[in-house]
Design a protein around this ligand. Sequence first.
Ligand code: BG6
Ligand code: GLC
Ligand code: GLC
Length: 925
Amino acid sequence: MVTAVAQRLLSQRKQVDDTLAHFSLNRDQLRVVRDKMRVELERGLRKDSHSSASVKMLPAFVFQTPDGTERGKYLALDLGGTNFRVLVVKIRSGIRKSVRMYNKIYAIPHEIMQGTGEELFDHIVHCISDFLDYMGMKNTRLPLGFTFSFPCRQTGIDKGSLVSWTKGFKATDCEDHDVVDMLRDAIKRRNEFDLDIVAVVNDTVGTMMTCAYEDSKCEIGLIAGTGSNVCYMEDMRNIETVEGDEGQMCVNTEWGGFGENGCIEDIRTKFDREVDEGSLNSGKQRFEKMTSGMYLGEIVRQILIDLTKRGLLFRGRITEPLKTRGIFETKFLSQIERFISTYTLIIALMHLQSLGSTCDDSIIVKEVCGAVSHRAAQLCGAGMAAIVEKIRENRGLEHLEITVGVDGTLYKLHPHFSRVLKDTVRDLAPKCTVSFVLSEDGSGKGAALITAVARRYCGQHRLSRPLLQPPFDYTLLEIMSRFRRELEKGLSQDTNPTATVKMLPTFVRSIPDGTEKGDFIALDLGGSNFRILRVKVSHEKKQTVQMETEIYDTPEDIIHGSGTRLFDHVAECLGDFMEKHKIKDKKLPVGFTFSFPCAQTKLDEGILLTWTKRFKASGVEGMDVVKLLNKAIKKRGVRFTDIMAVVNDTVGTMMTCGFDDHRCEVGIIIGTGTNACYMEEMRHIELVEGDEGRMCINTEWGAFGDDGMLEDIRTDFDRDIDRGSLNPGKQLFEKMVSGMYMGELVRLILVKMAREGLLFEGRITPELLTKGKFETKHISAIEKSKEGLSKAKEILARLGVEPSADDCIAVQHVCAIVSFRSASLVAATLAAILTRLKDNKHVPRLKTTVGIDGSLYKMHPQCVWCLMGGVVAVAFAGISLIYSSLPVCLLGTLGVCTKPFAGWYQNAMSASFSRKVAAAKGLPW
Ligand code: BG6
Ligand code: GLC
Ligand code: GLC
């Protein structure tokens, strides 16, 4: 016989159980959550569905996790969690690798969180000011990383506009504004100190970076704190909202928004809806409101009210505190659940809240807390399972081992949250082994690490990023994919007219096979020297090559005068050469290396499209240079066979190299100008009829960027150079890369630094102000490892300044930055050509050789250009497919090709494909 009391207790129990049953999710339900999360992740990444996706998948513009070489002193701000902190982070690399932090926590009063944007940012700057005073650092302009733990739409590492406030913030006039700009403006308003804001970072990203600093397997960051969110490293090719396909980028998922489109209504309870309705952002962040610290206590309070109303708790009495929003803090949840059997503690807690409760009540309250936090951990686990499964599939792996860096008060303080989270992930993603590593204070440290990575290539403190912006590694991958698209644009008939990279067919259809022989003359016009050569190659017994060469002057008044005069001068030099070498009566074939962009319809015709570099003779653009030269030669009465071929210097270089190495199918010039050619499939060259075989394309990559495509990386110095050049608005890539402009670039930087008092004690001499006084060859001399600094002293002395030892180091540094940028840019465009070649051939592994020539390449200390090989390798690092194949051989190739492929030799080859004349191995250099 059941007594009435027992029956009442049973019914009470059942009602409580029924209420809490809504919070218990079985395996199938969790699987459904996982799968729906996966769908939303994909929708957020895709261009067509991104705007309507509830999981926003915001690109974070972080491309690499740290590699341990980061160092320096940084300021970091951490806004958006339980505390607002200002920190100084000191990072050391090498054997003393360590991260040290000093921080101060500041309160953000409620009225400021929900006041105006200006007040909020003024308050932040006020706290920074206090901190700098406290640390005695007001006068050092430190680089700053800003952890801003709200959804930001980023367009670069230091640009991010707030999508919408979440959690407890609601300051006006901030949404859709750039938070870095707002911070900068507030710093200006205060006008007390200056900071170099380098990066804006979500807390998940900071957490991932901090953990990755110790554990290279860490590619996910999780925050389970006031808010709930995850970031991870995604393949660029999957992030359709950002240009570029190569490598990886961190994506801030903002998974807190999951469910905003109604897809998890089946598991939301009426309590979740009540919490949502009472929040600052009703309808938003539905997943966050079921999983994060800011809301769990509130859910518990709503349940307690409901149970009390139904007479199941607190003797049916709803007290004032119980009616107060926010009174039941998430930390109580942690505390209540931690003390499994100490009901007294529970009672104490309840009394503390003046809720007035009994021991039975305490059991129920504990069960309510348990149900709410258990569900939160399970939901996070289901979401995490979707993420790790996605990464596993991205990589085509049977099994994935990965580390998650975690931070947040809920994860750290709650007794069961982390265990349930891990169990759920294990259950729902059985093909992944996921380790969770606590990354305490992750976001502050992480912001500093990201700042360090972003600044790594940006040079010393003296030179505050004038050249490499935005961050280096991003730029290269981005440049590489932009250039790849330009190549395609130039090849297609429809888009060629508007393409900047002209992709000129050269009518060279094969690489020499080494059997060529003969006797001929080569002209080489367009590089730093005008040369004429006679080349004799024979195959009797041993292959021999005889070569005679003369260099002729091309005075400025001739290259800037009339076209007729220019070609008369060339013909005159040819006459002189033939006389000197006693070949006046021989009708030798002539090859013409003409290093300017020419439209060709056959081998022996070349219509000059536009002069580049130093040349500007009138009446030549739009004309066939072969005809002009023929005419001039005939006028002089020189006897010769007609010009056999006109070729670009890049093509000559490729052919020369190809003669020795059959794998060579790319030629590049890094000299006065810069350019590349490569062997393209005929079927892709829409401008020439026929689909069979291959043809060499002269890309004329110097013009890359002439449509504004490189504006984001061009600096004011580049713009100055362009304005003062013979062809403003044209050859913008060339002007950032090649020998004709590099010296000037360095000079302009030195002038600016001197003006700012950073060099030569602020003294500027007339020589320093004279265009052309600092030459590219000076860069090469100054960068030499041994005598570089004394050279710097000598060269600067000639410019009238008396450099200190520090000045010389700084100037050497400027030179290194300018040449490193040049090498890196070439690496990026070259990488685009190589990936195209690889795709054309449908091979998993491309083995190829690149022929290189040019005065800059030859004279400059080699290490930079070897670096170029390294940079190409970096560019490929993200593409796992190619990573194992290309860089090694490419590096090798670039190493091998350090031998100069002298210009005169390449001329020999310029005619070889038509006449099958020879050039040879074992030449005297
Ligand atoms: C802290 C980080 O450790 O964790 C913050 O420094 C982050 O940036 C926070 O927002 C998340 O946890 P909570 O609980 O403070 O929101
Ligand atoms: C909120 C924010 C998100 C942040 C998370 C954790 O979800 O929108 O940016 O990462 O809280 O702090
Ligand atoms: C310029 C010319 C190009 C040449 C290059 C290297 O870019 O336009 O044709 O190949 O310089 O000399």
